[in-house]
Design a protein around this ligand. Structure first.
Ligand SMILES: CC(C)(COP(=O)(O)OP(=O)(O)OC[C@H]1O[C@@H](n2cnc3c(N)ncnc32)[C@H](O)[C@@H]1OP(=O)(O)O)[C@@H](O)C(=O)NCCC(=O)NCCS
Length: 149
């Protein structure tokens, strides 16, 4: 069930340090199979670049920033929730916001990321295809798609 105290709004440059913190903490704790390829500074530059050319929404739980979603056209480039706020509805609220402004959405998810696979499948995403590792990390992944009914 989605928490009543969740708010979604557009990210600003002021949010960038917290976005980097969430990105790194979430990957480190919830995706431990991922190699750490980039420094904090590189992650900051990456997210700053996305903020300038994509649609970045943040999820606040009790007025505190705990998650974000980056959308570029119909692609969900990133969806991350801080490990301290997992399972409290922030991810679903961010996804519902993206769905409300799209006819279809697509995303890549690592094969090993069982939590996210279950989450997306529960949220109506269907598996389109798998690859043996056509990504920076060289790990097997899955393309998922959601289409509005
Ligand atoms: C995947 C992720 C974004 C989900 O966000 P979240 O805030 O924990 O998920 P929510 O609390 O919004 O969950 C929403 C619904 O999905 C369900 N759900 C969440 N995780 C689940 C799981 N592992 N299995 C089954 N259902 C799950 C919840 O029960 C909830 O259902 P409900 O609304 O009926 O109660 C979050 O776990 C995360 O950031 N993971 C690490 C980063 C990551 O993997 N990102 C995706 C990269 S492709």
């Amino acid at each position: 069930m989605v928490d009543q105290h969740i708010q979604i709004r557009a990210a600003t440059e002021k949010d960038l340090p917290r976005l980097v913190e969430i990105f790194r903490a979430s990957r480190q704790k919830l995706l431990p199979f991922l190699p750490i390829l980039y420094s904090r500074e590189q992650d900051f530059a990456h997210l700053k670049d996305l903020l300038s050319r994509g649609d970045v929404k943040i999820g606040l739980l009790d007025h505190q920033l705990f998650g974000f979603l980056v959308r570029i056209d119909h692609w969900i480039a990133h969806l991350y929730v801080h490990p301290d706020a997992i399972g409290k509805g922030v991810g679903k609220a961010l996804l519902d916001d993206a769905k409300s402004r799209a006819r279809r959405l697509e995303l890549w998810c690592f094969e090993a990321n069982l939590r996210a696979r279950q989450f997306y499948e529960q949220q109506g995403f269907a598996l389109v295809r798998t690859t043996p590792g056509e990504n920076d990390e060289g790990l097997p992944d899955r393309l998922y798609r959601w289409v509005r009914d």
